[in-house]
Design a protein around this ligand. Sequence first.
Ligand code: ATP
Ligand code: MG
Length: 272
Amino acid sequence: MAMLEVEHLRKSFGGLTATNDVSFRVDEGEIVSIIGPNGAGKSTIFNLITGVYRPDAGDIRFEGRSIVGKKPNEIVDLGIARTFQNLRLFMYLSVLENVLVSQHHKMRSTWLSAVLRTPAYRRQERAARELASEKLAFFGPRLMSFRLNQPVLVLSYANRRRTEMARAMATGAKLLLLDEPSAGMNPKETAEITQIIRRMRDEGGYTIVLVEHKMNLVGEISDRVVVLDYGQKIAEGDYHTVVNDPKVVEAYLGKKAETDEGAGAGPRETRT
Ligand SMILES: Nc1ncnc2c1ncn2[C@@H]1O[C@H](COP(=O)(O)OP(=O)(O)OP(=O)(O)O)[C@@H](O)[C@H]1O
Ligand SMILES: [Mg+2]
């Protein structure tokens, strides 16, 4: 059974159709990449799946049940967590606290038990810390020891991205949606995060959908690739098939030709 089924999804903002009749499915244990030029509608798909936006039409099913109309926190509870293209971390909280935040919804304690620090509360807190450390350890020693207690503000951009991924993992989700996980990372860090995403699937048991611009990462780890352009799915298949598809080449080269001519240089739309 498919873990995620997106069917005939549509979303417009004013006159702009950001998602136009998009359908795809993700099976348990897969790594699926969504690619496409800037403004193609990749992040909008994540915003629709996670309940940030409500689709105008179409359906999204997770483990066979429709999640359309559910609130973002309900969708996390069902087992879908995400990271954002523009990170959403609490800059003045520590690395550990940022990851603990994601488990807060699962803690079954009252404010009184927290104030009194009852044994049950302390047990839950210890378990939450252990889980947070376990997820942070996926990224090697760099977020452990003294870094655990450093505010996110002092971290490198790459470490902030890693912290956000650990937070998504610690929600208890089965399906992770990663929006440009390698953005701001150098080639060495990108090669490393590629292997970590593979381990998140192989060892962590997560099913992963990622949005990426770096084709070497996409080519290396994707079981399947979905290509969007102007809100529509223009291709789907294994990496080599889609990157050689004339429609995909045109979508990318068309952008390059525009840029080369100087007409409409740069991204088609501003990033959100
Ligand atoms: N809340 C919104 N209000 C109005 N327009 C929006 C909104 N969110 C997205 N859009 C528009 O929808 C289109 C798709 O945006 P989206 O962010 O999904 O693209 P993307 O493929 O993620 O691009 P990028 O690669 O630059 O991140 C763009 O034209 C964008 O400006
Ligand atoms: Mg985006």
